[in-house]
Design a protein around this ligand. Sequence first.
Ligand SMILES: NC(=O)c1ccc[n+]([C@@H]2O[C@H](COP(=O)([O-])OP(=O)(O)OC[C@H]3O[C@@H](n4cnc5c(N)ncnc54)[C@H](O)[C@@H]3O)[C@@H](O)[C@H]2O)c1
Length: 403
Amino acid sequence: MDNLNVSVLGYGMMGVIRSLAYRGVVGYFKNAPIQPVLGYASCWNDGEKAMAERDGWKAIVGPDASKEVIAKADTDYVDICLPNAAHYAAAMAAFDAGKHVFCEKPLSANLEQGREMADKADACKGQLNSVNFIYRRVPANVYARKLARSGKFGRLIEARMFYNQGWGWGADGSWRFEKSHGGGAAGDLGSHSLDMLYYITGLRPIELCAMQATHVKQRKWKKTFASQLSNMGAGQQAQDDFEIRDCDVDDAMRVMFTLDDNSAIGTLSVTRNACGSENQNGYELRFEKGTIKFCFDEMNYLEVFDKTAEDPQLWGWSKICTNRAVYGNYFDFADGHMIGYRDITVYGILENLRAIDALNKGVAYESESPIATFRDAFNVQRTLAACDKSIAERSWVKLEDIQ
Ligand SMILES: NC(=O)c1ccc[n+]([C@@H]2O[C@H](COP(=O)([O-])OP(=O)(O)OC[C@H]3O[C@@H](n4cnc5c(N)ncnc54)[C@H](O)[C@@H]3O)[C@@H](O)[C@H]2O)c1
């Protein structure tokens, strides 16, 4: 079996989670076509370096650490876990260096960079381009996709997408609250929901109207640039190292949209100020003859209302536990056991390895739950850009006007 030398850029929350994900593949998945080997981690400071070394990476520290990691001859694959606005430079450099590229979502901090990234990815034919829309790896969503696309329930009528988190109120400032770093709830959470809508139904908004709110006008920021960027690893700071600054991003967004040929309508609701909802990512998809409901709070289950029987007495809801191999090909071991967020991070890596294996063999990559490409993620950016335009102009916006 081939080995793949993987390196990670950024060692904050997602960098640390990736250590677990790569290790989760090694040895455990008999059907993993390639084995990842931990290589370099680019770190912002000594705190992150210590964590990366603890987790088995060769850590490189400093503002140019990402460039150094990309340039290493023994880096085959670059995993970008940097703040949103830093994705562009890292991804472009990694493609130019001939590496496989896995990038965190949202793809970019603005539309122009997203377009360049997708064009570059398309041009680099033998290299992986994959974006971490991780909820594609939830077996319940894999099954929802199969059901929705089977045609069993007929045409989609309505899509209600939502992603509520509750940590925003009272949180200190970080790159997540700065426009220049690509912060804001719309890109952070809305990107996941928009990808999920497309992943399951194959449909994207064609016209939309959006509104947003900044509930928290000011936050307490750490004064130093480096520590502002990361939620982790910068260590404790004295109280007087903080300053109060204005926030320039949305805390919440609401969108109404039409889908496809105007046959279906939908809404998207995202917020980081939903008390009691820590990671409530979900949807309700209403078809002519059935409804599919999912919420990450109960990620092992998919709720399905089936109205296809001739006898109306047989119409009804099922709450389907999707923890068996029949619902997806990620249960190489522990078939039948419940899974969690950490498991889907492992499946994300496994899916990337399958895609790279297909590239290496020169065959088409086929999966019942395909990776999100840079092009897919750019289309999400287009919808987010349409939301920005709608909010700025207080009007409906057609997606055909956002290229
Ligand atoms: N797919 C998911 O489920 C999911 C979940 C959380 C975060 N994310 C995404 O992952 C990415 C990272 O988020 P995080 O939560 O790990 O953030 P974080 O703040 O915890 O970590 C960011 C890392 O990047 C470093 N860094 C910051 N600015 C840098 C710069 N300009 N140059 C080099 N290094 C820099 C930080 O020091 C830190 O190592 C973001 O794009 C975020 O949207 C995805």
